[in-house]
Design a protein around this ligand. Structure first.
Ligand code: DX5
Ligand code: ZN
Length: 227
């Protein structure tokens, strides 16, 4: 089964609690944390994640686009995130960090920017609960999906199968009704969608439509979804 994670980056930041409640049928709420150093944009930090986690029953999927992830990521677990994603490019000790996130009680996830290959990280995969393949350059919502990431999604799905892992494979950036099936067919099973959900007239409906498309594509794809 596909999981759909709306990104509140495309929501109204003055009404975050209501915006979170508007997608309560979603699996996770994707929270983009940006520090204006790792990416050229600034969003929110620990105090807002803390408040948001009290305002919704949907678990929080925090995507940290910040430098010095080793120092900050554990604080997002303490703030109430159910899943914390750090960038491979921003972590000095990814294995130690993944273990710390898990030990504190959250799912540990690592993200790769478009130009970062998966192959050097093959041996790290058992330490992770999810891998995020960025399908745009991180920093902004509403960008066009990068088709050239499909082979990386495919190769990652092959690695997951070859090692018999239960790792979830998330895609983020430009995911919409017109691109989600390509991602699912290539091997993704967790889908972040910002503008495609919050730009829609009815965000909850948009989540349902994305889920139906992804589920259909997963069912007819050759790879086996573990959840
Ligand atoms: C981009 C963020 C995404 C963003 C996706 O750096 O990581 O989560 O919100 O937005 P859309 O779905 O509009 O591309
Ligand atoms: Zn994101």
């Amino acid at each position: 089964m596909a999981q759909i994670n709306p990104s509140i980056l495309s929501a109204d930041f003055a009404r975050l609690a209501e915006e979170a409640q508007a997608v309560e049928g979603a699996d996770w709420l994707h929270v983009d944390v940006m520090d204006n150093h790792f990416v050229p944009n600034l969003t929110l930090g620990v105090p807002i994640v803390e408040s948001l986690s009290r305002a919704t029953s949907t678990p929080l999927d925090c995507h940290l686009m910040i430098e010095d992830a080793d120092r900050w990521a554990p604080q997002y677990v303490e703030a109430g995130a159910g899943s914390v994603t750090f960038h491979a490019e921003a972590a000095a000790a990814p294995v130690r960090l993944a273990r710390e996130i898990r030990a504190k009680g959250a799912r540990a996830s690592m993200a790769l920017k478009p130009a970062t290959p998966i192959e050097p990280y093959e041996d790290l995969l058992p330490e992770l609960d999810m891998l995020l393949i960025m399908t745009v350059e991180p920093g902004f919502g509403g960008q066009s999906f990068l088709d050239i990431m499909l082979p990386k999604i495919r190769r990652t799905r092959e690695l997951i199968s070859r090692h018999g892992l239960e790792l979830w494979l998330q895609v983020d950036g430009g995911v919409s009704e017109s691109t989600i099936e390509r991602c699912a067919e290539a091997g993704a099973d967790v889908f972040v969608a910002g503008s495609a959900v919050y730009g829609a007239k009815d965000p909850a409906d948009a989540v349902r439509a994305l889920r139906a498309k992804a589920d259909g594509a997963i069912a007819s794809a050759g790879w086996a979804c573990g959840h």
